[in-house]
Design a protein around this ligand. Structure first.
Ligand code: SF4
Length: 288
Protein backbone atom coordinates (compact mmCIF):
# COMPACT_ATOMS: atom_id res chain seq x y z
CA UNK A 1 0.00 0.00 0.00
CA UNK A 2 1.26 3.51 -0.79
CA UNK A 3 2.16 5.61 2.21
CA UNK A 4 -0.19 8.67 1.99
CA UNK A 5 2.48 10.95 3.52
CA UNK A 6 4.97 9.84 0.92
CA UNK A 7 2.56 10.41 -1.97
CA UNK A 8 1.63 13.83 -0.54
CA UNK A 9 5.32 14.69 -0.36
CA UNK A 10 5.91 13.48 -3.93
CA UNK A 11 2.82 15.38 -5.12
CA UNK A 12 4.06 18.63 -3.56
CA UNK A 13 7.49 18.12 -5.06
CA UNK A 14 5.97 17.62 -8.49
CA UNK A 15 3.72 20.68 -8.16
CA UNK A 16 6.72 22.79 -7.12
CA UNK A 17 8.80 21.50 -10.03
CA UNK A 18 6.05 22.33 -12.53
CA UNK A 19 5.68 25.85 -11.14
CA UNK A 20 9.41 26.40 -11.02
CA UNK A 21 9.93 25.25 -14.60
CA UNK A 22 6.99 27.26 -15.91
CA UNK A 23 8.19 30.29 -13.91
CA UNK A 24 11.65 29.93 -15.45
CA UNK A 25 10.30 29.71 -18.98
CA UNK A 26 8.04 32.72 -18.40
CA UNK A 27 11.00 34.74 -17.09
CA UNK A 28 13.51 33.52 -19.71
CA UNK A 29 11.29 34.48 -22.62
CA UNK A 30 9.48 37.45 -21.06
CA UNK A 31 6.20 35.64 -21.64
CA UNK A 32 4.00 37.53 -19.20
CA UNK A 33 4.18 41.18 -18.21
CA UNK A 34 2.27 43.41 -15.82
CA UNK A 35 -1.23 44.14 -17.08
CA UNK A 36 -1.37 41.18 -19.46
CA UNK A 37 -4.63 39.42 -20.08
CA UNK A 38 -3.64 35.85 -20.84
CA UNK A 39 -6.07 33.68 -22.73
CA UNK A 40 -5.41 30.09 -21.66
CA UNK A 41 -6.52 27.59 -24.29
CA UNK A 42 -8.14 24.68 -22.53
CA UNK A 43 -8.89 21.53 -24.50
CA UNK A 44 -9.74 19.30 -21.55
CA UNK A 45 -6.54 17.29 -21.98
CA UNK A 46 -3.94 16.82 -19.25
CA UNK A 47 -1.54 19.42 -20.65
CA UNK A 48 -3.97 22.30 -20.80
CA UNK A 49 -5.36 21.52 -17.33
CA UNK A 50 -1.78 21.49 -16.05
CA UNK A 51 -1.08 24.80 -17.78
CA UNK A 52 -4.11 26.50 -16.28
CA UNK A 53 -3.41 25.12 -12.82
CA UNK A 54 0.22 26.25 -12.87
CA UNK A 55 -0.66 29.71 -14.21
CA UNK A 56 -3.29 30.16 -11.50
CA UNK A 57 -0.72 29.31 -8.84
CA UNK A 58 1.89 31.62 -10.39
CA UNK A 59 -0.59 34.47 -10.77
CA UNK A 60 -1.41 34.33 -7.08
CA UNK A 61 2.27 34.68 -6.17
CA UNK A 62 3.58 36.81 -9.03
CA UNK A 63 5.09 40.20 -8.21
CA UNK A 64 3.18 41.63 -11.20
CA UNK A 65 -0.54 41.58 -11.81
CA UNK A 66 -1.99 39.78 -14.80
CA UNK A 67 -5.34 38.27 -15.67
CA UNK A 68 -6.24 34.78 -16.86
CA UNK A 69 -9.20 33.85 -19.02
CA UNK A 70 -9.70 30.19 -19.89
CA UNK A 71 -11.16 29.48 -23.31
CA UNK A 72 -12.47 26.19 -24.59
CA UNK A 73 -13.59 25.57 -28.11
CA UNK A 74 -16.44 23.09 -28.25
CA UNK A 75 -15.90 21.73 -31.76
CA UNK A 76 -19.05 19.63 -31.59
CA UNK A 77 -17.38 16.26 -31.76
CA UNK A 78 -19.99 13.60 -31.06
CA UNK A 79 -20.02 12.73 -27.37
CA UNK A 80 -18.17 15.88 -26.25
CA UNK A 81 -19.11 16.25 -22.57
CA UNK A 82 -20.06 19.93 -22.75
CA UNK A 83 -20.65 20.37 -19.02
CA UNK A 84 -17.31 19.12 -17.76
CA UNK A 85 -15.20 22.23 -18.37
CA UNK A 86 -17.74 24.88 -17.34
CA UNK A 87 -18.37 23.00 -14.10
CA UNK A 88 -14.67 22.60 -13.40
CA UNK A 89 -13.87 26.24 -14.18
CA UNK A 90 -16.80 27.60 -12.20
CA UNK A 91 -15.79 25.47 -9.21
CA UNK A 92 -12.26 26.88 -9.40
CA UNK A 93 -13.50 30.44 -9.75
CA UNK A 94 -11.78 30.94 -13.10
CA UNK A 95 -13.07 33.44 -15.63
CA UNK A 96 -13.86 31.53 -18.81
CA UNK A 97 -15.52 31.50 -22.20
CA UNK A 98 -16.80 28.40 -23.98
CA UNK A 99 -16.95 28.93 -27.71
CA UNK A 100 -19.25 26.65 -29.67
CA UNK A 101 -18.34 26.18 -33.28
CA UNK A 102 -18.97 23.06 -35.30
CA UNK A 103 -15.60 22.63 -36.96
CA UNK A 104 -16.07 18.86 -36.64
CA UNK A 105 -18.71 18.74 -39.40
CA UNK A 106 -16.57 20.92 -41.67
CA UNK A 107 -13.58 18.63 -41.22
CA UNK A 108 -15.68 15.50 -41.72
CA UNK A 109 -17.14 16.93 -44.90
CA UNK A 110 -13.82 17.98 -46.41
CA UNK A 111 -11.44 15.19 -45.41
CA UNK A 112 -11.90 11.80 -47.10
CA UNK A 113 -12.62 8.86 -44.78
CA UNK A 114 -9.49 7.27 -43.35
CA UNK A 115 -7.28 10.36 -43.84
CA UNK A 116 -5.98 12.26 -40.82
CA UNK A 117 -8.11 15.27 -39.99
CA UNK A 118 -5.79 17.03 -37.57
CA UNK A 119 -4.20 19.51 -39.89
CA UNK A 120 -7.46 21.07 -41.12
CA UNK A 121 -9.02 20.76 -37.68
CA UNK A 122 -6.12 22.65 -36.07
CA UNK A 123 -6.22 25.33 -38.74
CA UNK A 124 -9.91 25.95 -38.15
CA UNK A 125 -9.42 25.91 -34.39
CA UNK A 126 -6.58 28.39 -34.68
CA UNK A 127 -8.75 30.84 -36.62
CA UNK A 128 -11.52 30.67 -34.02
CA UNK A 129 -9.11 31.08 -31.12
CA UNK A 130 -7.46 34.13 -32.69
CA UNK A 131 -10.86 35.72 -33.20
CA UNK A 132 -11.84 35.04 -29.59
CA UNK A 133 -8.52 36.42 -28.32
CA UNK A 134 -9.33 39.65 -30.14
CA UNK A 135 -12.85 39.76 -28.68
CA UNK A 136 -11.54 39.19 -25.18
CA UNK A 137 -8.80 41.80 -25.52
CA UNK A 138 -6.23 39.12 -24.67
CA UNK A 139 -2.64 40.30 -24.91
CA UNK A 140 -1.22 36.76 -24.85
CA UNK A 141 -2.49 33.35 -25.94
CA UNK A 142 -1.10 30.55 -23.75
CA UNK A 143 -0.91 27.02 -25.12
CA UNK A 144 -0.22 23.81 -23.21
CA UNK A 145 2.58 22.41 -25.37
CA UNK A 146 5.42 21.01 -23.29
CA UNK A 147 9.09 20.10 -23.64
CA UNK A 148 8.37 16.83 -25.43
CA UNK A 149 6.07 18.52 -27.97
CA UNK A 150 8.84 21.01 -28.69
CA UNK A 151 11.44 18.28 -29.15
CA UNK A 152 9.15 16.11 -31.27
CA UNK A 153 8.52 19.10 -33.55
CA UNK A 154 12.26 19.72 -33.75
CA UNK A 155 12.95 16.17 -34.94
CA UNK A 156 9.97 16.14 -37.31
CA UNK A 157 11.35 19.27 -38.97
CA UNK A 158 14.81 17.75 -39.04
CA UNK A 159 13.76 14.38 -40.47
CA UNK A 160 10.95 15.40 -42.79
CA UNK A 161 11.13 19.17 -43.23
CA UNK A 162 14.84 19.74 -43.86
CA UNK A 163 14.84 22.70 -41.49
CA UNK A 164 16.28 23.31 -38.06
CA UNK A 165 13.34 24.59 -36.05
CA UNK A 166 11.29 23.51 -33.09
CA UNK A 167 8.03 24.82 -31.66
CA UNK A 168 8.55 28.39 -30.44
CA UNK A 169 8.30 29.20 -26.73
CA UNK A 170 7.01 32.66 -27.64
CA UNK A 171 6.16 34.02 -31.05
CA UNK A 172 3.76 36.33 -32.84
CA UNK A 173 0.87 34.41 -34.40
CA UNK A 174 0.86 33.78 -38.14
CA UNK A 175 -1.82 36.46 -38.64
CA UNK A 176 0.58 38.90 -36.97
CA UNK A 177 -1.95 40.01 -34.36
CA UNK A 178 -1.27 37.97 -31.24
CA UNK A 179 1.60 36.85 -29.04
CA UNK A 180 1.47 33.10 -28.48
CA UNK A 181 3.29 31.72 -25.43
CA UNK A 182 4.11 28.19 -24.25
CA UNK A 183 4.82 28.44 -20.52
CA UNK A 184 5.31 24.64 -20.23
CA UNK A 185 8.26 24.70 -22.63
CA UNK A 186 10.59 23.22 -19.97
CA UNK A 187 8.07 20.75 -18.51
CA UNK A 188 8.22 17.03 -19.22
CA UNK A 189 5.13 15.31 -20.54
CA UNK A 190 5.28 12.50 -17.98
CA UNK A 191 5.31 15.11 -15.19
CA UNK A 192 2.12 16.60 -16.62
CA UNK A 193 0.54 13.15 -16.82
CA UNK A 194 1.47 12.42 -13.20
CA UNK A 195 0.21 15.84 -12.12
CA UNK A 196 -3.12 15.37 -13.91
CA UNK A 197 -3.58 12.01 -12.19
CA UNK A 198 -2.63 13.44 -8.78
CA UNK A 199 -4.99 16.42 -9.19
CA UNK A 200 -7.73 14.23 -10.61
CA UNK A 201 -8.44 16.64 -13.47
CA UNK A 202 -11.68 15.72 -15.31
CA UNK A 203 -9.90 14.76 -18.53
CA UNK A 204 -11.86 14.82 -21.76
CA UNK A 205 -10.47 12.10 -24.04
CA UNK A 206 -9.05 13.38 -27.31
CA UNK A 207 -10.25 10.40 -29.34
CA UNK A 208 -13.78 11.75 -29.69
CA UNK A 209 -13.13 12.89 -33.24
CA UNK A 210 -11.96 9.40 -34.23
CA UNK A 211 -8.80 10.76 -35.86
CA UNK A 212 -5.56 8.83 -35.71
CA UNK A 213 -2.50 10.38 -34.13
CA UNK A 214 0.02 11.45 -36.75
CA UNK A 215 2.23 8.39 -37.28
CA UNK A 216 5.42 10.36 -37.84
CA UNK A 217 4.92 12.27 -34.60
CA UNK A 218 4.17 9.02 -32.80
CA UNK A 219 7.39 7.46 -34.12
CA UNK A 220 9.46 10.47 -33.05
CA UNK A 221 7.94 10.40 -29.59
CA UNK A 222 8.80 6.70 -29.20
CA UNK A 223 12.32 7.44 -30.37
CA UNK A 224 12.73 10.11 -27.69
CA UNK A 225 11.25 7.86 -24.99
CA UNK A 226 13.57 5.03 -25.99
CA UNK A 227 16.62 7.31 -26.00
CA UNK A 228 15.76 8.66 -22.57
CA UNK A 229 15.38 5.12 -21.24
CA UNK A 230 18.73 4.02 -22.61
CA UNK A 231 20.65 7.24 -22.09
CA UNK A 232 19.11 9.21 -19.20
CA UNK A 233 19.70 12.94 -19.61
CA UNK A 234 19.85 12.87 -23.41
CA UNK A 235 16.49 14.57 -23.91
CA UNK A 236 17.37 17.33 -21.45
CA UNK A 237 20.66 17.78 -23.28
CA UNK A 238 18.82 18.24 -26.59
CA UNK A 239 16.56 20.86 -25.03
CA UNK A 240 19.60 22.65 -23.64
CA UNK A 241 21.18 22.56 -27.10
CA UNK A 242 18.18 24.38 -28.51
CA UNK A 243 18.94 27.32 -26.26
CA UNK A 244 22.65 27.36 -27.10
CA UNK A 245 22.88 27.68 -30.86
CA UNK A 246 26.14 28.58 -32.65
CA UNK A 247 25.31 29.84 -36.15
CA UNK A 248 29.02 29.83 -37.09
CA UNK A 249 29.06 26.06 -36.62
CA UNK A 250 26.05 25.43 -38.81
CA UNK A 251 25.70 25.92 -42.55
CA UNK A 252 23.04 28.61 -42.77
CA UNK A 253 24.61 31.53 -44.67
CA UNK A 254 21.65 33.74 -43.73
CA UNK A 255 22.64 33.52 -40.06
CA UNK A 256 26.39 33.91 -40.36
CA UNK A 257 28.47 35.90 -42.83
CA UNK A 258 30.84 33.15 -43.97
CA UNK A 259 31.66 34.96 -47.21
CA UNK A 260 32.76 38.15 -45.48
CA UNK A 261 34.73 36.32 -42.75
CA UNK A 262 38.39 37.39 -42.25
CA UNK A 263 40.99 36.46 -39.59
CA UNK A 264 41.44 39.29 -37.07
CA UNK A 265 44.31 37.82 -35.07
CA UNK A 266 42.22 37.70 -31.92
CA UNK A 267 42.00 34.30 -30.16
CA UNK A 268 38.46 32.93 -29.85
CA UNK A 269 37.65 29.75 -27.94
CA UNK A 270 34.69 29.32 -30.31
CA UNK A 271 36.97 29.45 -33.33
CA UNK A 272 37.78 26.44 -35.49
CA UNK A 273 40.02 23.86 -33.80
CA UNK A 274 41.07 22.41 -37.14
CA UNK A 275 41.90 18.72 -36.70
CA UNK A 276 41.28 18.41 -32.95
CA UNK A 277 38.42 16.06 -32.34
CA UNK A 278 35.76 17.41 -30.01
CA UNK A 279 35.37 15.56 -26.72
CA UNK A 280 31.97 14.99 -25.16
CA UNK A 281 31.06 14.24 -21.60
CA UNK A 282 28.07 12.26 -20.43
CA UNK A 283 24.98 14.48 -19.98
CA UNK A 284 25.02 16.04 -16.50
CA UNK A 285 21.81 17.96 -16.96
CA UNK A 286 19.10 17.25 -14.43
CA UNK A 287 15.53 18.48 -14.75
CA UNK A 288 14.37 17.01 -11.45
S1 SF4 B 1 -7.23 14.73 -32.75
FE1 SF4 B 1 -9.26 15.31 -33.51
S2 SF4 B 1 -9.78 17.17 -32.38
FE2 SF4 B 1 -7.58 16.86 -32.19
S3 SF4 B 1 -6.69 18.03 -33.87
FE3 SF4 B 1 -6.96 15.96 -34.62
S4 SF4 B 1 -8.94 15.99 -35.62
FE4 SF4 B 1 -8.86 17.78 -34.32
Amino acid sequence: MTDPRKSRYEGNKLAKRLRRQAGEAIADFGMIEAGDRVMVCLSGGKDSYGLLDVLLALRDKAPVEFELVAVNLDQKQPGFPARVLPEYLAARGVRFRIVEQDTYSVVKRLIPEGRTMCSLCSRLRRGVLYRVAGELGATKIALGHHRDDILATFFLNLFYGGTLKAMPAKLVSDDGRHVVIRPLAYVREDDLAAYAAAQDFPIIPCVLCGSQENLQRKAVRSMLTEWEKRYPGRVASILRALSDVRPSHLLDRKLFDFVGLRAKGIADSEGDTAFDPQSFREPQFSDA
